[in-house]
Ligand binder design. Structure first.
Ligand SMILES: O=C(O)CCC(=O)C(=O)O
Ligand SMILES: [Fe+2]
Length: 311
């Protein structure tokens, strides 16, 4: 390319990427600087909240257990609310069995659209900082479920949370979960079973993987965060009573959500929450385009290039 062409090409690039040399003396494209500012914010949050140990655990094992996320009374309220919504689902013929028609375990879906307490849970700063570490600041909520497991049902099949993605799944997580431990997780109570380190395997489980699992034991009041690449599944409960867990399932922006929460959460609910809530539920998604337009411009900031998978 001759120098005249090079200058022209630079001019085009500057207009497209918003080079900001004249304002700051920093010649990097603005979109590139903004992508790094997003990383800086993730880093500052980890340090501010003292979560460094949890980052090491996520890296080594693919999961980590957080304490002191909310007062224990908050977990009691979650339990009461989830069980009440389960009763309402059953009454209206919408109970979602988790272990076939003869099993007693069930799912309580769409929680984020069904009570203010769930809005508070999804915005809890410690688990959200770890989710942002795994998926980047642009991540969104895919679904929010109560998982009620009772004695007598078989364990859930082992899986990763990358359904429909062929092996090898990407090195980085495309999804991850907060698992709110509303009742103590022990082997007997039906704790989630995991294969530590399997998030590095980049694949769906092999036959026989169940022999390599350990229960994710955690006291009531914990929040477990785990990579969507981790091999896991709910364990079998072998004692009376119910194990209530709650997942907030997160995804990268380009993954389809399990629940179209954006369609059912009102503007009033969005307005009473921190600004990030709107993005988390998909208010500013660039796609799908609406009203015969090309894209929603509010979401375009996340489409800039980055050198990091969190960008
Ligand atoms: O309930 C659990 O322990 C795990 C649930 C789970 O992994 C899922 O539903 O994908
Ligand atoms: Fe799962």
């Amino acid at each position: 390319m001759n120098s005249e062409n090079a200058t022209k090409a630079d001019g085009v690039r500057e207009r497209r990427e918003g080079v900001s040399e004249t304002q700051t003396g920093d010649i990097r494209p603005r979109a590139f600087i903004e992508a790094h500012e997003r990383l800086d914010r993730i880093y500052s949050e980890i340090l501010r909240l003292g979560l460094e140990r949890h980052i090491v655990e996520l890296e080594l094992y693919g999961y980590t257990v957080l304490a002191d996320v909310k007062p224990i009374g908050f977990f009691d309220d979650l339990r009461k609310t989830i069980l009440q919504l389960g009763v309402e689902d059953a009454a209206s013929g919408k109970k979602w069995p988790l272990a076939g028609p003869d099993g007693g375990s069930y799912l309580v879906p769409w929680l984020l659209a069904r009570g203010r307490i769930f809005e508070e849970a999804v915005m809890a700063e410690k688990p959200l900082a770890l989710v942002s570490w795994l998926l980047g600041e642009s991540c969104q909520i895919s679904s929010n479920h109560g998982h009620v497991r009772v004695e007598g049902d078989p364990p859930q099949g082992l899986h990763n949370d990358a359904p429909m993605v062929p092996d090898p799944v990407p090195d980085h997580a495309m999804t991850c979960n907060m698992m709110w431990v509303i009742d103590e997780f022990t082997r007997e109570s039906g704790a989630t079973l995991v294969v530590p380190g399997s998030h590095k395997r980049r694949g769906h489980p092999n036959p026989g993987a169940h022999r390599t699992t350990v229960p994710l034991e955690a006291p009531k009041g914990s929040v477990i965060v785990f990579s969507g690449n981790l091999i896991h599944g709910a364990g079998a409960r072998t004692i009376p009573g119910e194990r209530v867990g709650m997942t907030v399932y997160f995804k990268r922006m380009y993954v389809q959500p399990q629940e179209d929460l954006n369609a059912v959460i009102s503007d009033e609910v969005v307005a009473r929450n921190p600004p990030r809530f709107a993005h988390l539920i998909g208010r500013d998604n660039p796609y799908p385009a609406k009203d015969f337009g090309f894209f929603n411009a509010k979401g375009m900031k996340y489409m800039a290039r980055t050198v990091d998978s969190r960008g």
